[in-house]
Design a protein around this ligand. Structure first.
Ligand SMILES: C[S@@+](CC[C@H](N)C(=O)[O-])C[C@H]1O[C@@H](n2cnc3c(N)ncnc32)[C@H](O)[C@@H]1O
Length: 226
């Protein structure tokens, strides 16, 4: 990993260690208040039989996305680069396993997950290094497994000097549909869903991108029996 990515990741860890306690209230049960997100998560969950293993990548301090899928019968492992987020998520979510690691260079076992869900966690990886993150997602998914990503749509990219009212420095980005498609396809995923959704609040001029990609199923090296 090069120095730029290392320093971005260090500032992400530092920033979320600082803001984790403030992050918890607004986002604790956020997903259950948003019908569109729930419908998409239900669609995502329907792909997997009970007991399938899902990674909540960049789970944050509440791990509310992972918990939503856990409550639907999935096994969930939450991964986050911030040790404060992992400590808080572990306290709040009995039954879910948590690991503090950088998802882009973790020791998670190759081909171990049926699904990965990344809600607003790729936004802290520089666009110039996004292929490293998507290659990692691809590596840890089983053949035939699905990756779901949700992010804010837009053009911005760079460092901001505060997060949730706390002075810090953190890299953050928004994306176009074309960029998201490109990340998936370059890593080897087939796009299964790519949608832009306007905020339901007319006061908020915000569009969200939701995407699901599938890692191709393994092909047998043996000829089919006649
Ligand atoms: C905007 S928060 C989203 C948290 C949660 N997914 C949610 O929807 O509430 C982004 C989270 O991703 C984590 N994160 C960012 N980059 C990461 C990486 N490379 N590996 C693991 N976690 C990461 C941050 O520490 C933070 O907790």
């Amino acid at each position: 990993m090069d120095g730029y990515l290392i320093s971005c990741n260090l500032s992400t860890r530092h920033s979320y260690n600082l803001v984790a306690d403030r992050y918890i209230d607004p986002f604790l049960d956020e997903i259950r208040k948003k019908g569109y997100n729930q419908r998409l998560l239900d669609l995502f969950a329907q792909r997997f039989p009970d007991g399938s293993l899902i990674c909540d990548a960049g789970c944050g301090p509440s791990a509310h996305i992972g918990r939503y899928l856990f409550d639907k019968g999935m096994k969930v492992i939450g991964v986050d680069i911030s040790d404060r987020c992992i400590a808080m998520a572990s306290n709040l979510n009995k039954g879910i396993e948590f690991i503090c690691d950088d998802i882009a260079q973790s020791d998670l076992i190759t081909g171990s997950f049926d699904g990965i869900i990344s809600y607003d966690s790729i936004i802290h990886t520089p666009k110039s290094h996004m292929n490293i993150l998507f290659d990692a997602f691809y590596r840890i998914l089983k053949p035939g497994g699905s990756l779901m990503v949700a992010v804010n749509a837009g053009l911005g990219e760079g460092f901001q000097k505060e997060l949730l009212g706390i002075n810090t420095e953190i890299y953050i980005s928004c994306f176009s549909e074309a960029e998201i498609r490109n990340y998936f396809e370059t890593a080897g995923f087939a796009i299964d869903l790519l949608e832009i959704k306007k905020s339901c609040n007319p006061m908020i001029n915000n569009e969200r991108i939701y995407a699901i990609g599938i890692k191709p199923p393994a092909t047998s090296i043996f000829p089919a029996a006649r």
